[in-house]
Design a protein. Sequence first.
Length: 472
Amino acid sequence: MLWTTLVFLGFTALLVALHVRRSRPAAAAAPRARSCPRCRVVVPVGATVCPKCGVPPQVFEVVAAPVAASADAPASGRLHAAVRSDVCVGCGACVSVCPEPGAMTMQGKLAVVDPEICKGAGECVKACPVNGVFLTTGAAVQRVEVPEVNFDFESNVPGIFVVGELGGRGLIKNAINEGKLAAEAVSRRLRSGTAPAGSALVHDVVIVGSGPAGLSAALTCVDLGLRYVVLEQGEAAESIRRYPRHKLLLAEPVHMPVYGDLWVADASKETLLGIWQNVIAMAGLDIRTGQKVEDVRRESWGFHVVTPGASWPTRHVILAMGRRGSPRKAGVPGEELSKVFYEVAEMEEFAGRRVLVVGGGDSAVESALGLARQRGTTVHLSYRGESFARVKDRNRAKLEEEIAAKRVVALLRSTLLEIGQASVRLDVAGEIRTLPNDDVIVRIGGEPPTAFLDRVGVRRVVKEIAVSGAGA
Ligand SMILES: Cc1cc2nc3c(=O)[nH]c(=O)nc-3n(C[C@H](O)[C@H](O)[C@H](O)COP(=O)(O)OP(=O)(O)OC[C@H]3O[C@@H](n4cnc5c(N)ncnc54)[C@H](O)[C@@H]3O)c2cc1C
Ligand code: SF4
């Protein structure tokens, strides 16, 4: 009996041991050294930046990606959204605009798609502030239309560089790295004597935009002694100022020229703005605000960068304009207040608030619909027309439902007159009304950056990026 028990116990122990071995996750494959897609130098295992380029090799992901054989997406398979886990900053914007309940959910700080429920409406793609969502029929390939640039971020127009989000990659860290690389390339060009000669009145480089990419390019210019100027259509670091939410994430430290390592994990936008204001003051950056660049004209010696009422001669141009374009403004007193936005990425940040949306096109109606889904949000939609005749049928039908359910109040034949700290004043069909108000969202059109790129001759191509961290 004792013998039988011992054999049984021994056999059981063997089975348990085998099971444990089988269920233990397979040992992770030993990390392999990669080579930098730009300079082909081997990036040693454990290193986060290329020893030659000085930046993470991922910065070149879009540049190195192949151009798609056709501009049309493959038609086979069922279309659904997929999220890039290496890009997602967990803001939830995709979830709050998704029309299919349960198709997109947050799991901790990561958005996750259920491909069985998702119908590929694509609203999440537009809402994601960091280009982290794409539509796919199954293959883990993100298709993006981007300006064609080389590994120095120089476009097909020699002397014009495109960096940051305008180049197709979201995230503050990428913008900072790309701005730095482009300014370094300009400096190399000048030192090698291949840049066109110009008089002392001509800048070495004009930087368009003072977001993270433009600021980083400007700091690099200071570092390398280049003659530069930054032209910004709004205030310095306008894009960060206009974030509705207060939390920002920089997943890893990033090296800011002149400043050193910058790392804000879950910091407030005010913290980041504070740091940048200090950096701007410390380095004495030459940023001209309220200068909307409208054109870049080629000359034999370089370019004229054109703003209303001025022209800036330069040998090189760095376009760091982001992808939000130049929104048309309402042109009323109070528009400079920080409660005024020109797009809404994160609907849930407006939960419980009294919001006025201005505009009568699809973007205004879509903003109003998204806001109406937020808990406790009061939405007024002001439009000067008689009806929402211009919008897509689907949007009009949804808007009528929301108006009937009293989740949106439509103010037709109305004009915004003034924005105050806690109220707005409107002319509604000849009657002056004052509404209590927390936020104003102006969606009355504007110029997308693609129109600007076309005007200055920068070519765009569709690239296919193989994505390893795509969750669908
Ligand atoms: C709501 C929201 C939350 C985000 N959260 C995060 C986050 O947590 N972490 C993260 O890493 N990234 C985040 N991002 C993304 C990040 O902000 C962008 O990737 C980054 O700002 C891109 O930098 P950029 O310099 O390329 O462009 P932008 O920051 O967009 O700057 C472009 C600048 O150019 C100016 N400009 C545009 N056109 C003209 C013109 N014609 N003339 C003159 N100036 C012009 C604009 O006014 C703007 O100041 C978020 C974005 C949004 C909208
Ligand atoms: S919108 Fe983009 S960044 Fe925000 S949670 Fe969704 S995938 Fe992530």
